[in-house]
Design a protein around this ligand. Structure first.
Ligand SMILES: *Cc1c(COP(=O)(O)O)cnc(C)c1O
Length: 393
């Protein structure tokens, strides 16, 4: 890491091997030691820079898009995007293979927007030909919602083929790129994406407090009056920011200040490509080491994101998730429970202020944890491997 931060343990904190909130740089935390007036020019300048620096990350198509920050966690931004860009008489094809796709469908229930759900279960990817077939059979569908990296399993969904099918059918594409943007390339122009969302506390390595919508300007302009919600109206937030440079309601000032520092670090590191490369190295070192210990990943390499990885819990009766969690925490690492419905699993995130050296220590900690627990083999139960065969089918 270029700007060497204080490693988390020197602050007496464990590393968060979670998909956000995550381990941030010391300088990001330090940026919050100041109060900002939300109306003041200095804060307005930060907001302006925040929007333009995020837009610069999408590359060539930036001129056609604008960035609208929204207070709240990532789900607020998802809800703002769905409520603002899907007209009240619109219909969404929701591509789900985990909790975040299902949450988007639930959001549409609350909004009273029609949708069709393609639910692929815990982790199977929605494919382009399936999308094409559904769109051909249901002409009422106006929008397709894809999850870029489905953080529940860590699968990297095939957004390009989904985008191709959506465009070929003349429908509009919305993307939840919450846990991918900033580390994985996303060119909304090339994907013909109407809008996508991400948030402050994932791959850009800020602290929680806001999300942001990046949408085509013509889509933003056309969205006036669509939103069911005052506070989540993307058009209204955008119009106010354009006119006054301010957020409509109290902005998360300290979070924004921290985010500006996180954006500096992101640029210093070398932008999206370098961040993605560091996370990929983190994943490869961690997954390689865990496999050497006998652990198995849920997903085949092709679908493994450089964000978070799901492992099967070992079949050995001495293994318990709680015991493993506690042993890892005692060594300075907070892991994450799994979200599979069929077999027991856990997840290890590889994003945040961590590099391959930290990942080697994660593997050492896992080895020691197995010894502590008297687990002789980390091999998963047969049922887990049966489950995984579905992916190859
Ligand atoms: C983190 C995340 C969200 C938003 O979750 P919040 O808890 O509301 O921040 C949405 N979608 C995906 C894919 C995510 O990883």
């Amino acid at each position: 890491m270029s700007n060497t931060p204080l490693p988390a343990p020197e602050l007496g904190e464990p590393y968060l091997l979670t998909p956000g909130p995550l381990t941030t740089a010391y300088s990001v935390k330090q940026a919050m030691l100041k109060d900002w007036g939300s109306w003041d020019d200095d804060f307005r300048a930060m907001t302006r820079n925040l929007r333009s620096q995020l837009l610069a990350m999408i590359g060539d198509s930036a001129a056609d898009y604008d960035c609208v920050p929204i207070q709240g966690s990532g789900s607020y931004a998802v809800e703002a995007m769905l409520g603002s860009f899907v007209p009240r008489d619109g219909k969404v094809l929701v591509l789900a293979n985990g909790a975040y796709g299902l949450r988007a469908a639930q959001t549409l229930d609350y909004l009273g927007r029609a949708y069709q759900l393609l639910d692929k279960g815990d982790y199977l990817p929605p494919r382009g030909d399936e999308v094409a077939e559904i769109l051909a059979n249901d002409t009422a569908i106006t929008h397709v919602l894809a999850i870029h990296c489905e953080t529940s399993s860590g699968i990297l969904n095939p957004v390009e083929e989904i985008a191709d099918a959506t465009r070929a059918a003349g429908r509009k594409l919305l993307i939840d790129s919450m846990s991918a943007f900033g580390a994985l390339p996303l060119d909304p122009g090339a994907l013909h994406c109407a809008a996508f969302v991400s948030s402050a506390n994932k791959c850009i390595e800020g602290v929680p407090g806001f999300g942001f919508v990046i949408a085509r300007k013509d889509e933003i302009e056309a969205s006036k009056g669509n939103s069911h919600s005052l506070s989540l109206d993307v058009h209204a937030q955008w119009a106010t920011m354009e006119k006054t440079g301010q957020w409509r309601f109290t902005p998360p000032t300290h979070t924004v200040a921290a985010f500006m520092k996180a954006l500096d670090l992101h640029a210093q590191e070398g932008g999206v490509a370098a961040r993605g490369a560091r996370y990929t190295k983190n994943r490869d070192v961690m997954v390689g080491g865990m496999r050497d210990l006998g652990f198995e990943t849920l997903l085949a390499d092709r679908w493994l994101s450089p964000i978070i990885v799901t492992f099967f819990c070992p079949a050995d009766p001495n293994f318990t998730f709680q015991g493993f969690y506690d042993a890892m925490k005692a060594r300075g690492f907070i892991i994450y429970p799994g979200k599979l419905t069929v077999v027991d699993s856990f997840r290890i995130g590889v994003i945040g202020q961590m590099d391959e050296h930290v990942m080697r220590r994660v593997v050492d900690a896992a080895r020691e944890a197995l010894t502590d627990m008297n687990v002789s083999s980390a091999a998963p139960p047969v049922a887990a491997l049966e489950e995984r065969k579905k992916l190859a089918a």
